[in-house]
Design a protein around this ligand. Structure first.
Ligand SMILES: Cc1ncc(COP(=O)(O)O)c(C=O)c1O
Length: 461
């Protein structure tokens, strides 16, 4: 085993070796965890080489791992903790609810309260329903669209991630060979084990290519129940839609009787009423997740009253049953309601200004070392793409330098800064200008080392 360990250690890059020296206890947990869990975890995107950090505590914008490393967090658990870790108001609300009960075989007051908050906040929400995740929310929204239109297929965006159920696990991150011609992208399974129907049921359309997407939607219109789109593509690298693209989707879907579904699991934070308010485009249905549970598992789908009425059991048997033992559990609901109350228009504007300032400073840091990079994002969301080419869609990210991105990620970790290994991140309300400065200082240090022609790890070496 020692020989095996030595062999693995020798194949590690210098950054990985440094990372290992900072995280020996994480490594022990990785080895132990692998005995019981494939890959020692239950969330595949969290894995990175050589092994992911094991986190123990979070307070505000700070995370602490099992080795005592203190990390300035720009992930917010992948955008879910918009108020930072353990916000006192959220914890108080949860504590009070814990005393009353965590789940009930009946309707609860917090459910009505959060539904009311959402419908007041987002004009397109006439009715909403709660789930335990964003995945379930998109699944219910697509089912509703199919039931309402009597059609089978959906159009989804190439590189878009809309959860982990079969029909949307298509073309989430296809390789160059898989993706086909831009004018007719191929529906590529993102996993083994999907039924062939799931792939046949998806029409893949490119992002921010209004004419091509409109033509594809028009060609399949008679079979299309829904077009599902993230107004800001999250997993693909925080790529905002162009205004004309979303306007086109609204116009085409309305004209052809297709439901427009906004997946705002990530983009909801960009304005008080979500990205739909920012763009001034009103979808038929919307899905929320992540931040909407205030740090607890919660999803929401909702929208047009006539579509949502299909879930109503109070007028006879519902056309679409929607069971779920922990649907609308009151812990997540009170946490979510508290988070929404704290996310006032003013709070979001401040957060967005901080995000804009961060993106600008990251751009400058890359320019100063002469490393071609694109910084995308909107509001408090950002992503770094190591490519000279402007990034408007998933395809534009395919040529980015993944190896260098990984080295920058590990370099930042060493400096005590955590972003998502895929190069994406976000700003929480717990982050102030001083923390943005710290991030930029660390990034500059990392880039300086990597750009040093004499450095064995440098990108110029
Ligand atoms: C845009 C988008 N939609 C849906 C989901 C699925 O949400 P969940 O992880 O809560 O199932 C995600 C998760 O990352 C997402 O980013």
């Amino acid at each position: 085993m020692d020989t095996e360990n030595n062999r693995v250690a020798a194949s590690l890059s210098r950054e990985e070796q440094l990372y290992c020296s900072l995280t020996p206890t994480s490594y022990e947990y990785f080895l132990e965890g692998r005995k019981y869990l494939p890959g020692a975890d239950s969330r595949s995107p969290l894995f990175y080489s050589p092994y992911p950090v094991v986190l123990e505590e979070g307070h505000g914008c700070w995370l602490f791992d099992v080795d005592g490393n203190k990390l300035l967090d720009f992930t917010g658990n992948h955008t879910s903790l918009i108020l930072g870790y353990g916000h006192p108001r959220v914890l108080d609300a949860v504590r009070r609810q814990l005393e009353k009960g965590t789940a009930f075989p009946g309707v609860t007051v917090p459910q009505v309260r959060l539904a009311e908050l959402l419908c007041e906040r987002v004009p397109s929400f006439e009715r909403v329903r709660f789930t335990n995740s964003g995945t379930e929310a998109t699944m219910c929204a697509v089912r509703a669209a199919r039931a309402f239109t009597g059609r089978q297929k959906i159009a989804k965006i190439e590189g878009g991630y809309n959860g982990s159920w079969d029909d949307v696990m298509v073309s989430t991150h296809p390789s160059g060979e898989q993706s086909g011609d831009l004018l007719r992208p191929v529906a590529a399974p993102a996993s083994l084990g999907l039924t062939p129907d799931s792939i046949d049921n998806v029409v893949v359309v490119p992002f921010n290519e209004a004419e091509v997407a409109a033509r594809l939607i028009e060609q399949h219109a008679e079979q299309l129940a829904a077009v599902i789109v993230e107004p800001v593509m999250g997993s693909a690298g925080m790529i905002p839609a162009e205004q004309g693209y979303l306007d086109m989707l609204r116009e085409v879907t309305e004209r052809l009787g297709i439901l427009l579904v906004f997946d705002e699991v990530i983009s909801f934070r960009v304005a008080y009423g979500g990205a739909q308010e920012y763009y001034g485009v009103s979808p038929d249905l919307t899905c929320l997740g992540k931040l909407i549970g205030g740090g607890f598992p919660l999803g929401v789908f909702g929208g047009r009253g006539d579509v949502m009425a299909m879930f109503d059991p109070s007028r006879g048997s519902p056309q679409i049953p929607h069971p779920g033992s922990y649907n609308a559990n009151p812990i997540s609901l009170v946490a979510g309601a508290t988070a929404l109350e704290l996310l006032t228009d003013e709070a979001i504007r401040l957060l967005n200004r901080r995000g804009e300032s961060l993106r600008q400073q990251v751009r400058t840091a890359f320019e100063d070392v002469g490393l071609p990079a694109q910084v995308t994002g909107l509001g408090s969301l950002f992503a770094i793409h190591l490519t000279p080419q402007p990034v408007k869609s998933y395809r534009d990210t395919m040529q980015a330098d993944a190896d260098l991105r990984h080295r920058i990620f590990l370099g930042l970790f060493k400096e005590g800064v955590l972003i998502d290994p895929r190069g994406v991140g976000c700003v929480s309300t717990a982050i102030e200008e001083a923390e943005v400065e710290q991030f930029i200082g660390s990034l500059r240090d990392v880039l300086r080392t990597l750009s040093d022609p004499g450095s064995p790890v440098g990108f110029r070496s």
